[in-house]
Design a binder for this molecule. Structure first.
Ligand SMILES: Cc1ncc(COP(=O)(O)O)c(C=O)c1O
Length: 418
C-alpha cells in the first residue's frame, strides 16, 4: 500500500494592497450579497440528461460532427501543437492558416481575410489599427463589449448611438464628422437585426469607415451561410466584417474580412496579432472542416429559421415581450437581477437552461435570461419550450419584467442610456 501523501496547504498568496482588496470586497458585499441576494447569479442547477440546453452558440448544431473531429485528430497527429508563435511570423502563404483565410474571404465575398485567436482579439485588434484619438467612433449602444474595448485601446472617442436608430447615427455623424461606424449585424443579447442597408448608406454618404460584426449571422444567414452583409449585396461598400468563429462555426477563433492591402498592415500593427500566439494547426483544420460542413448546411439553416419563427410567434402570442429581436437569440429581459435569477431558477426546475446576462454584459436594470435556439432541437424540444413558457408565465412574473414595462410606454431614450 502506498503511504498517503500528507496534504500540505499551499502558502497564502501575498495579501492584496487596499486599493485592490477594496474592489474584491465590493464584489462580494455589493454584487453578491446585495444585488444578487446572497447567491452568485451565474450559479444555477447542474443540468442532467434529458434537460434542454439553450445556452450554446452552436446554432447549427455541428459540435461533434465527425468530419470536424476527424480533421482535428489528423492535424494533431501530423503537426502536434505546431509552431508556438505569433501569426506575425507565419509569412508563408502556403500555411493552412493563410489558405483558410483565403477560403473564408471568398465565402463572404471579400478580397482578403485575417484569422485571429478569437472574435474578441479580432475586434480589439481591428479598432486599435483603424482608430485613434482624432477619430470619432460611432457605436451602437448594444454593440459587443470587444468593440468598445477596441475603441478604448485605440484611445479613440466613442460616440454612443441609440440602438438601431439610423437617424440618431446620422445626426451625430453630421455633428462630429467622418469616423468609424461600428454595429453588430445581429445583437448578441436580444437577437435584434441591424438596419444594415440604412447604416451602410449613411456611412457611404458621409465618408465613414464601416465595421460590421457578423458573429451571430455568419453561417446561419445568407443562402450558403455567407452572412448578412454579403447576402444583402453590401460587401463592396463595407470596409470590415468581423466575426467570432465561436458561434455557428463552433471553433475558437475570430476573423476579419478586409481588403488585401490592409492584411499586412494589420499583421504589423494590431497588438493581438503581434503579441499573442496564433491558432494551432488542429484549430485551423477543425475550422476548415467546419466551413465545409456549414457551406453544405442548407437544411440546418432552414431548420433554425423555422424553429426561430415558430418559437418567437408562440412566445409573442403568450405575451412575452420579445419583440426587440427577431432572430435565433431570445431575451427574457426581466430587468432586476434577482428577478432574472428567479426566471432562470423556474425554467431550470422544469429542465430548460438559458444563460444569465447581467452587468457588465447588460445595463444594471436590464439583466436578462438568454435562450439560444439551435437547429438540433427536435419537435418535442420546441413543444416543451413553448409549453413550459405557457405554464410558467404567471410564476415568472412576465408583466413586471423591464421589457414589459417598456412596452407599456413609449421608448424612453434615457432608459437606453442608463
Ligand atoms: C457580437 C460578438 N462579437 C464578438 C464576440 C467575441 O467572440 P469570442 O468569444 O470569439 O472572443 C462575441 C462573443 O460573445 C460576440 O457575441
Amino acid at each position: 500500500m502506498h503511504a498517503l501523501t500528507p496534504v500540505v496547504p499551499p502558502p497564502a498568496a501575498a495579501p492584496l494592497p487596499a486599493f485592490v482588496q477594496q474592489r474584491v470586497e465590493r464584489f462580494y458585499h455589493q454584487r453578491v450579497a446585495v444585488d444578487w441576494g446572497g447567491r452568485h447569479i451565474l450559479r444555477g442547477r447542474r443540468p442532467e440528461p434529458g434537460d434542454l440546453l439553450l445556452q450554446s452558440n452552436d446554432y447549427l448544431a455541428i459540435a461533434g460532427h465527425p468530419d470536424i473531429e476527424q480533421a482535428q485528430r489528423e492535424a494533431l497527429a501530423r503537426h502536434g501543437q505546431g509552431m508556438m508563435m505569433s501569426a506575425l511570423f507565419m509569412q508563408d502563404e502556403a500555411d493552412p492558416l493563410h489558405q483558410l483565410e483565403v477560403t473564408l474571404a471568398r465565402a463572404v465575398g471579400s478580397q482578403a481575410g485575417i484569422l485571429a485567436q478569437s472574435g474578441y482579439a479580432a475586434n480589439v485588434g481591428l479598432l486599435q489599427s483603424i482608430a485613434d484619438e482624432r477619430v470619432p467612433v460611432y457605436i451602437d449602444m448594444l454593440a459587443h463589449a470587444s468593440l468598445w474595448e477596441g475603441i478604448r485601446s485605440a484611445g479613440a472617442r466613442a460616440v454612443p448611438i441609440l440602438h438601431n436608430e439610423p437617424a440618431h447615427l446620422e445626426r451625430h455623424v453630421l455633428r462630429h464628422g467622418p469616423g468609424v461606424i461600428v454595429v453588430d449585424a445581429i445583437y448578441s443579447t436580444n437577437g435584434s437585426l441591424a438596419p444594415l442597408a440604412e447604416i451602410v448608406d449613411i456611412g457611404t454618404r458621409h465618408g465613414c469607415v464601416l465595421v460590421i460584426d457578423e458573429s451571430h449571422s455568419l453561417g446561419t444567414h445568407g443562402r450558403h451561410g455567407e452572412g448578412l452583409v454579403a447576402s444583402l449585396g453590401l460587401m463592396p461598400k463595407v470596409h470590415f466584417v468581423t466575426v467570432s468563429l465561436a458561434k455557428a462555426y463552433c471553433s475558437r477563433a475570430g476573423f476579419i474580412a478586409c481588403n488585401s492591402a490592409f492584411k499586412d498592415y494589420f499583421g504589423c500593427e494590431a497588438f493581438p496579432a503581434i503579441f499573442s500566439s496564433a491558432l494551432l494547426p488542429h484549430d485551423v483544420a477543425g475550422l476548415a472542416a467546419a466551413h465545409r460542413v456549414i457551406a453544405a448546411a442548407d437544411e440546418r439553416r432552414e431548420r433554425l429559421r423555422s424553429i426561430t419563427m415558430r418559437v418567437r410567434a408562440a412566445l409573442a402570442a403568450l405575451g412575452y415581450p420579445i419583440e426587440d429581436g427577431s432572430e435565433q437569440i431570445i431575451a427574457f429581459e426581466a430587468g432586476v437581477e434577482t428577478l432574472t435569477a428567479h426566471v432562470r431558477d423556474l425554467l431550470e426546475a422544469h429542465g430548460i437552461f438559458g444563460s444569465v446576462f447581467s452587468a457588465p454584459a447588460t445595463t444594471r436594470n436590464r439583466s436578462l435570461l438568454r435562450l439560444t435556439l439551435n437547429a438540433g432541437m427536435s419537435e418535442a424540444d420546441v413543444e416543451r419550450l413553448i409549453d413550459t413558457c405557457r405554464r410558467l408565465r404567471e410564476a415568472m412574473r412576465v408583466d413586471s419584467w423591464s421589457a414589459s414595462r417598456r412596452r407599456r410606454r413609449p421608448v424612453d431614450a434615457l432608459e437606453q442610456v442608463a
